[in-house]
Design a protein around this ligand. Structure first.
Ligand code: HEM
Length: 331
């Protein structure tokens, strides 16, 4: 019943998404005339390579998220530091663990070969993320296109605007609302943590030093004690470990499914920001309903929130440019 209500709510809101917001100028099939094979080229490349390297899916979708939260979805996260030495978004701590840049460069090169100067890096990132999620068993959604690439990328802006794993519910919601997203988007988009990995240092204070007192007795009480002990014993064995990686959704970190939400309810979300989702009544109700329901329900709401995220502060028309190489602005 809760699942049915969820789908209904989703359909109602979907009308709102199509009707407007910042991304109103994007449209499906934007490249139909100018580069008819663009979407197909991206899809083929992803379908050929992601099965051999499924962890790429996680990094692509995370890159898309980090892109959209800073200056909108304009591929600013893909830009290298300027030759003048100004550090770019890429150089900010949360982006140092992104890994898909070379992959995206290869996709972009193939698309450029077909239609030089037509398809933006921002669109390629949105399309490749969608296609990669599909390859690992996740949903398909139609990506409205027509984004243009930004010409500015500033490290400090990424530090200020990408939400931190230590955030509580209020701060997370403030961060998402600042981008036009709501509680439901926060809950569904966090579901991307059903895939991928984290480095120990993204959450070690929850294991060793939650209040600042320090030691194994100072773990975050909102994290399942048995899970925390296991992580301390087998994975993040010292408080300073910054190289070991941990599956965010143990047992199915390469599969797009609803087990992340079941983990949250067992108090096994890795970050405080994951645990925060069950501290708010409305968010917790959403978590409970998808945790129980068939994965199709999660897939639909996730897809809808991805479309909304992909519309954040996009550049269209005469704004920005179509970059020739995703790591540098056109001269
Ligand atoms: C709600 C706020 C969020 C916070 C605080 C957060 C934080 C993090 C952190 C700290 C990591 C681990 C980085 C590392 O140590 O290597 C991570 C990984 C990841 N995040 Fe999030 N995240 C959030 C939302 C999202 C959203 C909205 C998406 C996508 C829609 C996403 C997708 C991912 C994925 C797929 C990974 C795994 C990356 C990999 O395997 O390389 N996250 N996130």
């Amino acid at each position: 019943m809760a699942a049915a209500k969820l789908v209904l709510a989703m359909l109602v809101v979907a009308v709102g998404v199509a009707a407007g917001e910042g991304g109103g100028k994007l449209r499906q099939g934007y490249y139909e005339q100018s580069c008819p094979r663009a979407e197909q080229i991206v899809k083929h490349y992803v379908e050929r390579h992601v099965p051999h390297a499924p962890s790429v899916a996680a990094t692509l979708i995370r890159t898309h998220f980090h892109d959209c939260f800073v200056r909108g979805c304009d591929a600013s996260v893909l830009l290298n530091a300027t030759t003048g030495g100004g550090e770019a978004e890429k150089d900010a701590t949360p982006n140092l663990t992104l890994r898909g840049f070379a992959f995206l460069d290869r996709v972009k090169a193939l698309v450029e070969q077909e239609c030089p100067g037509v398809v933006s890096c921002a669109d390629i990132l949105a399309l490749a993320s969608r296609d990669a999620v599909g390859v690992i068993g996740g949903p398909f959604w139609r990506v409205p296109t027509g984004r243009r690439d930004g010409r500015v990328s500033i490290k400090q802006e990424a530090l200020d605007q990408i939400p931190a794993p230590t955030m509580n519910f209020t701060d997370l919601l403030t961060s998402f609302r600042a981008k036009g997203l709501d509680v439901a988007d926060l809950v569904w988009l966090s579901g991307a943590h059903t895939i991928g990995i984290s480095h120990c240092n993204s959450f070690t204070e929850r294991l060793y030093n939650f209040t600042g007192r320090g030691g194994p007795g100072d773990a975050d009480p909102s994290l399942d004690a048995e899970y925390a002990a296991n992580l301390r014993r087998t994975k993040c064995t010292t408080p300073t470990d910054n190289t070991t990686i941990v599956e965010m959704d143990p047992g199915s970190f390469l599969t797009f499914d609803t087990s992340y939400y079941r983990g949250l309810l067992k108090r096994r979300g890795l970050f405080q920001s994951d645990a925060a989702l069950i501290t708010d009544t409305a968010a917790r109700a959403d978590v409970e309903s998808v945790a129980k329901g068939p994965s199709e329900v999660f897939f639909q709401v996730f897809a809808r929130s991805m479309v909304r995220m992909g519309m954040i502060e996009v550049k269209t028309g005469g704004e920005g440019e179509i970059r020739r190489h995703c790591a540098v602005v056109n001269s």
